[in-house]
Write a protein that binds this ligand. Structure first.
Ligand SMILES: [Zn+2]
Length: 359
């Protein structure tokens, strides 16, 4: 198993404590315990996609494990349980297995090329075939159960369904129902990766939130590359914020989503999330969390601080004033935005907001 550099992690967190006036959110991970899961592949685990990263239509529901452009790698059950659901689809998860574990938790293995021979045999007997086209109906089987042991090979990895290349998509869920299940960050199950690289902060956005608000005298949002951020910005009225950031891991060419994001004003949290879980039924709400107008114009994915009361879901577990600042004239505020990955590598930016009269 790969090991995390605890010293660096503590250093990073201490540095942040120092810089943010002591405001920090403990996001200690449970240490490896009896419920630590096996990795689902037999090769050294490398992640190509992480939990809740921002995709075009959804938050990513699990981890994508690299299979190094290969199909046919052995996939094992991460814990004792029973296969209780099998799916065949020309879209989405492709060939997928669901394993039910003790305590009502479920592991999901998607984009497979082949199932365990006993499952392939059962499908042949029932004349159930993989749909060839995206518009053909999915095959879902829930009337067949096969007990599996921790580490037992249950399938071969593949590239079926909506998959851009061979890999294994893995999810850990609490609960079975599509309406009630909660996607859980699998990294909380005792898995570790070596990663000393802090997220790269790319763009800061400041938004006037109503017709009486302004940012630097304008009624339109302002976007700055973080490399070219001014020290001070004049603002008035009700103001929201946004950040575009990309995380990476040394020596890997992939980009990942953040684990934690915090907007704070003078040391008080305006909005804070930490991706430990996500209700399955809300994983298509990503468009309500990002600046879609900016994204459609070809910009990156800017995550908004504001909590829109009309959307059924926000990732922010902690926020105040709808994630916006109501500026008092002639007062200065210190905005700090911090972004962290799961290993505790942290990056932050700050800016002084000079309170101005309303528009
Ligand atoms: Zn995936």
């Amino acid at each position: 198993m790969l090991s995390i550099d605890l010293h660096s992690r503590r250093m990073a967190v201490s540095l942040l404590l120092l810089l943010s006036g002591g405001v920090w959110y403990a996001y200690g991970k449970p240490s490896a315990t009896a419920d630590t899961l096996l990795y689902p592949l037999f090769i050294r685990p490398q992640i190509a996609g992480n939990f809740a990263e921002l995709r075009r239509t959804h938050y990513h529901g699990g981890l994508d494990f690299r299979t190094h452009q290969r199909c046919g790698l052995r996939v094992r059950s991460v814990a004792d349980g029973e296969i209780y659901k099998i799916g065949l689809s020309a879209k989405g998860y492709g060939k997928v297995l669901y394993v039910r574990h003790n305590g009502g938790e479920v592991s999901v293995y998607a984009h497979l090329s082949r199932f365990h021979p006993a499952i392939e045999r059962m499908l042949r007997v029932r004349a159930l075939k993989m749909p060839k086209k995206r518009n053909m109906p999915d095959v879902i089987l829930e009337d067949w159960v096969m007990p599996v042991q921790s580490g037992q090979v249950i399938a071969r990895s593949g590239n079926t369904g909506a998959s851009g290349g061979p890999h294994l998509h893995f999810e850990w869920r609490s609960g079975e129902g599509e309406d009630t299940a909660v996607l859980v960050n699998p990294c909380l199950k005792g898995w570790t990766v070596t990663d000393h690289t802090a997220p790269l902060l790319k763009t800061l956005a400041v938004y006037p939130m109503d017709t009486e608000s302004h940012v630097a005298g304008r009624r339109a949002p302002l976007y700055w590359p973080v490399s070219d951020l001014p020290d001070t910005c004049r603002v008035g009225g009700r103001i929201g914020f946004g950040l575009e950031a990309l995380d990476s891991i040394e020596k890997l060419k992939f980009h990942y989503g953040l684990y934690a994001l915090t907007f704070s004003i003078d040391g008080d949290t305006l909005a804070h999330y930490r991706w430990d879980s996500l209700p399955l039924r809300y994983n298509g709400t990503v468009h309500t969390h990002i600046d879609t107008a900016y994204y459609r114009r070809g910009g990156g994915r800017v995550e908004l601080s504001r909590v829109d009361g009309r959307t059924p879901y926000t990732p922010y577990r902690q926020y105040k004033d709808g994630g916006c600042l109501v500026v008092e004239p002639h007062r200065c505020y210190r905005l700090v935005v911090t972004a962290a990955d799961f290993n505790g590598n942290v990056a932050f930016i700050q800016m002084v907001l000079a309170g101005d009269l309303f528009f």
